[in-house]
Design a protein around this ligand. Structure first.
Ligand code: HEC
Ligand code: HEC
Length: 374
C-alpha cells in the first residue's frame, strides 16, 4: 500500500531548513478486520483527525477536516450524497473491470492515499498508451465544479464517465461497461441500495463515482492548525513563506481560499513555447482568444505529494515551479497580467517552498475496499 509522503524530496531542503513532518498511520488499520459482516452504515463515515466545520448532503454528514470551507462545497441538486452511493462509488473507483482488459481503474492514475495522482508526467492507460496531460489530484473535488485542466466537464458526474470509454485511459465503451456491471450480483445489490433499483446505467455509474470522490478530502494540515490558533504549528521559515505567498510572491492572487484556488483559468505560458502546436487549454472549450494557453488553477493542498507539476508535468520539483514563477512565466501573447517576474532571494524561495510543504494534511476516506463485488 502506498504511504503518503509528508515531506517532499530532500533536494527541496537545505541545511538549516526547519521542516517538520508528522505521519498519521491511523488509516492503515486493516479495514477488513473491522467489518467482516456488511458494516453498519456509520462505519463508512470518514473521521478527520483534526475536525473542522460540519457539512451535510442527503443522508450524509461529517465534520470536514480542519480548514476546509463547507460554504464552498458543490453537490448538484439531482445527486444528493448517501452512504450507499458512496460505497458503490468507492467500489467502482477501484475496480479494474471498468477497463477493457481488466488492468486499469481510476485509482491507477489517481491514488487517493498517495495524494490523488500517480506522480508521472503522463499516465499509462490500457495497453500502456499515454495521454497528453498530467493527471491532476482527485482530492477536494467537493469544492470544484468544472473538471479537467481546461474545465470541459461541467461536473464530477460528467467527468467520471469520460475515462471509462477514453481510448487512452480505460478504453471500455459505456454499453459494455454497463453490461459487465449488470451481470455482477454484488453490483446489482449495491445499485439497488444506492438508487432503489438494480438497473445499472452509465448516468448512475457517474453519479456514484462522483459521490465517492466528494468524500476524498484533505485538510488538517499544519497550516490549518496554525490558522486555527496553534502558532507553533508552522516553523519560522514556513511562517515567512506564508507571508511571502500572500504578499511579495503574489501566489494568492490565483491560489486563494481554503482550497488554494479560485477555480479560474489563467495563462502562465506553460508549454506555450512548444515548437509543435501547443496545448491551448481553456481555448479548446470556449473558443475565446483570451483563453489560449489558460489552464485551471490547481489546488495546492498536499502539493508535496503530487510531483511532477503543471498540466504537462514539466516542473519536476517545487523548486522548478518557483524558478518558473520567478522568471515571470513564459512570454506569450496571452500571459496573465498577474504573472510577473519575482525578485526573491534563495532564502525567500525556500520559505515559500517550505510553506507549501506545510499544506500536506491527512486524507480521509482514501482506503481501497477490502474486496470487490462478485
Ligand atoms: C490513464 C490514467 C487515468 C485514468 C485511468 C483516469 N484518469 Fe482521471 N485524469 C487523468 C488525466 C491525464 C486527467 C487530466 C485530463 C485533462 O485535464 O484533460 C484526469 C483528470 C481527472 C479529473 C479532473 C480533476 C481536476 O482537477 O479537474 C478527475 C476528477 C478525474 N480525472 C477522475 C477520474 C476518475 C473518477 C476515473 C475513473 C473513472 C479516472 N479519473 C481515470 C488520468 C486518468
Ligand atoms: C496568475 C495566476 C497564478 C499565480 C499568480 C500563481 N499561480 Fe500557481 N498555478 C496557476 C495555474 C493556472 C497553474 C497550472 C498551470 C498549468 O499547468 O499550465 C498553476 C500551477 C501551480 C503549481 C503546480 C500545481 C500542480 O498540481 O501541478 C504550483 C506548485 C503553484 N502553481 C504554486 C504557485 C506559487 C508558489 C505561486 C507564487 C509564487 C503561484 N503558484 C502563483 C496559477 C497561478
Amino acid at each position: 500500500m502506498a504511504l503518503p509522503k509528508c515531506s517532499s524530496p530532500s533536494e527541496e531542503h537545505e541545511e538549516g531548513d526547519d521542516v517538520r513532518c508528522t505521519h498519521h498511520f491511523w488509516f492503515l488499520l486493516p479495514l477488513a478486520a473491522c467489518f467482516p459482516e456488511p458494516p453498519a452504515e456509520e462505519e463508512f463515515l470518514p473521521r478527520a483527525e483534526y475536525p473542522g466545520q460540519a457539512f451535510s448532503s442527503g443522508d450524509w454528514s461529517l465534520e470536514l477536516p480542519l480548514g476546509l470551507d463547507p460554504t464552498a462545497a458543490y453537490v448538484p441538486e439531482n445527486n444528493p450524497m448517501s452512504l450507499a452511493k458512496i460505497e458503490l462509488g468507492r467500489q467502482l473507483y477501484f475496480d479494474t473491470r471498468l477497463s477493457l482488459d481488466d488492468t486499469v481503474s481510476c485509482a491507477s492514475c489517481h491514488l487517493p492515499l498517495a495524494g490523488g495522482t500517480d506522480n508521472l508526467p503522463f499516465s499509462p492507460g490500457v495497453g500502456g498508451t499515454l495521454g497528453g496531460r498530467s493527471a491532476p489530484t482527485v482530492l477536494n473535488r467537493l469544492f470544484s465544479r468544472a473538471q479537467f485542466w481546461d474545465g470541459r466537464a461541467a461536473s464530477l458526474e460528467e467527468q467520471a464517465i469520460g475515462p471509462i470509454a477514453n481510448p487512452v485511459e480505460m478504453n471500455l465503451p459505456h454499453d459494455q461497461a454497463v453490461a459487465r456491471l449488470q451481470a455482477i450480483a454484488g453490483y446489482r445489490r449495491l445499485f439497488a441500495a444506492a438508487f432503489d433499483s438494480e438497473e445499472v446505467t452509465i448516468l448512475r455509474v457517474g453519479q456514484a463515482i462522483a459521490t465517492y470522490e466528494r468524500t476524498l478530502l484533505t485538510g488538517g494540515a499544519r497550516y490549518d492548525r496554525y490558522l486555527a490558533g496553534d502558532t507553533t504549528a508552522l516553523s519560522a521559515s514556513e511562517e515567512r513563506g506564508l507571508g511571502l505567498f500572500n504578499g511579495k510572491a503574489r501566489c494568492n492572487l490565483c491560489h486563494r481560499g481554503a482550497n488554494f484556488t479560485g477555480e479560474d483559468y489563467t495563462n502562465l505560458g506553460v508549454g506555450m513555447n512548444a515548437t509543435t502546436a501547443p496545448d491551448l487549454g481553456r481555448y479548446q472549450v470556449t473558443g475565446r482568444d483570451e483563453d489560449r494557453g489558460a489552464f485551471k488553477v490547481p489546488t495546492l493542498r498536499n502539493i508535496a505529494q503530487t510531483a511532477p507539476y503543471m498540466h504537462d508535468g514539466s516542473a519536476a520539483t517545487l523548486r522548478d515551479v518557483m524558478l518558473y514563477y520567478e522568471q515571470g512565466g513564459s512570454a506569450n501573447a496571452h500571459l496573465h497580467t498577474d504573472v510577473q517576474a519575482l525578485d526573491l532571494d534563495a532564502n525567500e524561495r525556500h520559505d515559500v517552498i517550505n510553506f507549501m510543504l506545510a499544506l500536506t494534511g491527512e486524507i480521509i476516506n482514501a482506503e481501497p475496499p477490502s474486496s470487490r463485488p462478485e
